[in-house]
Design a protein around this ligand. Structure first.
Ligand code: DGY
Length: 323
């Protein structure tokens, strides 16, 4: 019988995922969930003799890290749909297989997008704070007024799986869906949503703008001062994709000036660090990157990552091979 491959796991994962991986691999776990920097990733991989690495979006596999990984490591499975933390060109050049976990987190992320959208529109953060701080007085007709979501126009930038799932939910709120995407969707998938080949052309039609694109050099600071100016006054911006999609200076200026009524954010450039000016703005609904954070989804992400590893070690092409 051949020895089970050695799998270096960079973060603590759900118990059922770890149980399965310990059955099928010689897993090297991170029980204390310590944060590994670039040198730790290289040294730990070398010390344990890893054949494969199971990582998360928190570990940065730069070109330098990839070049210094032991030759024995042949596959890097990320427990995430996004792979902007991995230098894909460097992985390709080295012949390192990379897999991700699409599909399984679509619903959870679309749910969080709606939470951010409604939370921002209804200023949920302020209302909740009032209750928690014991400041809830008499009901008042002019207190805690948000803006209506039902029937408004929603622009979705990035109409992949998550964008489409957001559109599906927004239809339940009778929203008029606009979208901009590299390519137009077939009519049966579009379901009446209005396509804009040029995202700038879509922006004036957005009472709400939701960014659901991948993080990349192309989408970096998509929401900048120029594009915010194209939105209607009082629009609301929601970002559950990647922090890099937003130019924080521009968004904060627009939230301060009242050009934008509100924003709902789950992701931040440079997270877990984020622009602390958001904390002093009462018109932002903030979450700490919990888009995929449900028990069901995190298990499914782990199992999907393991399916990809299993396929590769069985000599097959993994279903979610990125490169
Ligand atoms: C992903 O999978 O890319 C998410 O951002 C992690 O929740």
């Amino acid at each position: 019988m051949t020895e089970r491959p050695i799998l270096f796991v960079t973060r603590k994962l759900p118990a059922d995922v770890e149980t399965r991986l310990m059955r099928d691999y010689r897993g090297v776990l991170n029980d204390d969930d310590v944060a590994y920097g670039p040198n730790d990733l290289i040294n730990e991989s070398r010390n344990c003799g890893a054949d494969a690495i199971l990582t998360c979006g928190t570990e940065k596999f730069t070109a330098d890290v990839i070049a210094r990984l032991p030759e024995r490591v042949k596959i890097l499975a990320t427990f995430s749909v996004g792979y902007d933390h991995i230098d894909i060109a460097a992985a390709k050049a080295r012949g390192l297989v990379v897999t991700n976990t699409p599909e399984v987190l679509t619903d959870a992320t679309a749910d969080i997008t709606m939470l951010c959208l409604i939370g921002a529109a209804r200023q949920a953060q302020n209302a909740e704070r009032i209750l928690r701080e014991g400041r809830w007085g008499r009901w008042a007709a002019m207190d805690m007024l948000g803006v209506e979501v039902t029937g408004k126009r929603l622009g979705i930038f990035g109409m992949g799986r998550i964008g489409q799932a957001v559109a599906q939910r927004a239809r339940g709120f009778e929203m008029e869906i606009h979208y901009s995407n590299r390519s137009r969707l077939p009519a049966e998938t579009e379901k009446g949503a209005i396509f804009h080949a040029d995202p700038d052309e879509m922006l004036p039609h957005c009472d709400f703008l939701s960014t659901n694109c991948p993080g990349s050099a192309e989408t970096r600071h998509f929401v900048d001062a120029r594009r915010i100016a194209l939105l209607p006054d009082g629009a609301i911006v929601v970002n559950t994709a990647r922090g890099s999609v937003i130019d924080d200076d521009a968004l904060i200026a627009a939230l301060r000036s009242g050009k934008l009524a509100a924003a709902g954010l789950d992701v931040y450039e440079g997270e877990p660090d984020f622009d602390k000016r958001y904390l002093s703005l009462s018109n932002v609904f903030l979450l700490p990157h919990i888009g995929s954070a449900t028990v069901e989804t995190r298990n499914a992400m782990g199992f999907r990552a393991l399916d990809n590893l299993d396929a590769w070690f069985a000599g097959q092409r993994p279903r979610d091979q990125v490169v």
